[in-house]
Write a protein that binds this ligand. Structure first.
Ligand SMILES: Cc1cc2nc3c(=O)[nH]c(=O)nc-3n(C[C@H](O)[C@H](O)[C@H](O)COP(=O)(O)O)c2cc1C
Length: 266
């Protein structure tokens, strides 16, 4: 019982203390550590086991990806893929044909892959590694496919930079919306104006107090008009609103990229 309590304490500590790390020490990560966190990753629940991970310690590959626009500034970089290539081979080996719209499978794939990624993040944390996800990976499919020899029907869901955190660059624990506005018992709750203000304040006050965007030097320029918000007032809600309202940064739509990678989406 004492052991179980201890494990619970450790698990909740790891979850509650985790924060994204964006500056890493130039320190090698032993192979057995990598294997351990990957094994923990694949212990995640799965619907179809449709996840593959490609990881690299190769600085040249990382430089290539960086030049192409993905910025893995780390010693270990992973990409989590939705892998229908392997699944199709299994289906064929069992003498079945598959010729349907791939959209449902893709959705299941994102579910499966995300769970593996989160397990990897927490397992890495438990072994003293920090990490940050790179959400731009799907839009970089062509470049990622080139660097990692990725075949058709395999699609990057998310990238992950891993390494030993640089203690000179301590990261704060980021706020979240209050639980009462994100988790509802029995029935979805439409937020009132006051609830919404509460949500926005909890994020904005938290980020401004921590000086997050000042430290990151991260401000999204306005597409048009004068920018009257100085960095001391530039907040999370402002940032996310600018990000989403200005659209994603890719010449091709995600649907087109998926079709180009061999998925049937009609
Ligand atoms: C799907 C996903 C994609 C992300 N992509 C990026 C990214 O491209 N660059 C980055 O610096 N952080 C990225 N993040 C990290 C988030 O910015 C971070 O998780 C969030 O600000 C909360 O901070 P925390 O992880 O420290 O709690 C991503 C997170 C998720 C879940």
């Amino acid at each position: 019982m004492a052991d179980k309590e201890n494990q619970q304490y450790n698990l909740f500590n790891i979850i509650n203390d985790r924060r994204s790390i964006r500056k890493f020490l130039d320190k090698d990560i032993p192979d057995d550590v990598i294997e351990k966190i990957l094994k923990a990753g694949f212990r995640a629940p799965f619907a179809y086991q449709i996840t593959s991970v490609v990881y690299t310690l190769d600085k040249d590959k990382m430089k290539k990806l960086k030049r192409m626009g993905l910025y893995p500034s780390t010693n270990l970089f992973m990409v989590f893929f939705f892998d229908f290539n392997r699944m199709e081979k299994i289906i064929r080996a069992r003498n079945y044909e598959y010729d349907f719209d791939d959209s449902l499978l893709l959705w299941i794939g994102v579910q499966d892959v995300s769970l593996v990624a989160e397990n990897v993040i927490l397992a890495a944390d438990a072994l003293g590694l920090g990490s940050v996800l790179l959400g731009g990976a799907p839009l970089m499919v062509e470049q990622i496919a080139e660097v990692f020899d990725v075949p058709a029907k395999v699609f990057p869901v998310v990238g992950l930079c891993l390494g030993y955190p640089d203690p000179e660059h301590k990261m704060d624990i980021r706020p979240r919306f209050p639980l009462k506005h994100t988790a509802f018992e029995d029935k979805y709750k439409e937020l009132s104006e006051d609830d919404l203000k509460d949500c926005m304040h909890s994020m904005d006050d938290g980020y401004i107090t921590q000086g997050y965007y000042i430290k990151q030097n991260a401000k999204i320029p306005l597409a048009k008009g004068d920018d009257n918000i100085d960095m001391s007032k530039y907040s999370w809600c402002e940032h996310i609103s600018r990000k989403i309202s200005q659209g994603m940064w890719s010449d091709k739509s995600l649907i087109q990229l998926l079709k180009d990678q061999g998925f049937k989406l009609d």
